[in-house]
Design a protein around this ligand. Sequence first.
Ligand code: GLA
Length: 388
Amino acid sequence: MNLQTIVDTNQDFLQGTPTVYFSPGRVNLIGEYIDFLGGSVFPSAITLGTYAFVTKRTDNEIHFLSENFKEFGKKVVTLEDLSYLKSDNWTNYCKGMFDALIKRGTKIDHGLNILIFGTLPNSSGLSSSASLEVLIGTVIKDIYGSDVEMFEMVQIAQKVENNFIGVNCGIMDQFSVGMSKKDTAILLNTNSLEYQYIPLILGEYTLVIAHTNKKRALAESKYNERRSECDTGLEILQSKGIEIDNLCSLTIEQYEENKKQIKNLTIRNRVEHAVYENIRTLEAVEALKRGNLVLMGSLMNQSHDSLRDLYEVSCRELDILVDYFRMNGAIGARMTGAGFGGCAIALVPTKDVDAVIQKVRKGYLDKIGYNADFYPVSTSDGTKKIEL
Ligand code: GLA
């Protein structure tokens, strides 16, 4: 939908010309499920994302409306009550950001009308919640003034997700959404928060997103389960005298020497995924820098296989997409994000993109019985104010 049309058709709500902000979604190229284990991750922000159209109010109320969830209606929030309420649905992400930034010292002297419009497919695992959190943080900073830099803002957004929303995620999504630069991916060390922008030069290849259209059921409970399995793995190794603070500081040699200490095979598999995925990520970044896309693709394949077999966060729909991509000429294909549905990504020769998508689409429909959706990736800057 055209952005100006959204402004025009929502004048009853906006009552004037809005200031407009955009916040991207993200794909993770490699480095999955290790952003809470001190590992390195390699995400890139994408041009699908979330827009905010904002006008000032003279009272002290914040009015929210989403173009995507019109049936939910308008939600009015007063600054005196920013507590989490399940029935407040998507506006909880916004309330959490207001709450956090007010507690950090932002002074709010008037209300706002905030209209949201998202282009990320629902439940796609492309970080719509992080996109919304950093978006609202950016609106608050811009309108009320604050010295919060983006580096701090993304950490505040992660805390909102952890403590206000109750999802125990790592830092990757918020960091990628807020800190990205177009045409690059971020190599982020989630232990030190050191980061580098790596030009995403894909040569003869195009990165394609494929959405399973499967709702990410169970994702939250399984996510927390994986986290605690990894904690158990770390505790076992530490109790055997291995001096590490996080699993991703283990070298492959250290892991191989000590893996027998972890008797429970499930726990051992989770740890094995973490240790190898961290090394694969660093290797993939080196491969990309050298222009060795075939090697990068093969590391993406290994990442998926490990998430499927050792970490067990894939699902039939994702595996089928990945298999069809590989059978039809992709040099690398993997699930991206938290899995259990959501999206896969594939590195496909640019000249064959249409043909490959057609074959994957057909194969998926035959096996699963409904369609997958496909989007070529274009990268984006992090959250910012835009002109219409
Ligand atoms: C979700 C979380 C991230 C990360 C990924 C898996 O997207 O929000 O912090 O853990 O899953 O890599």
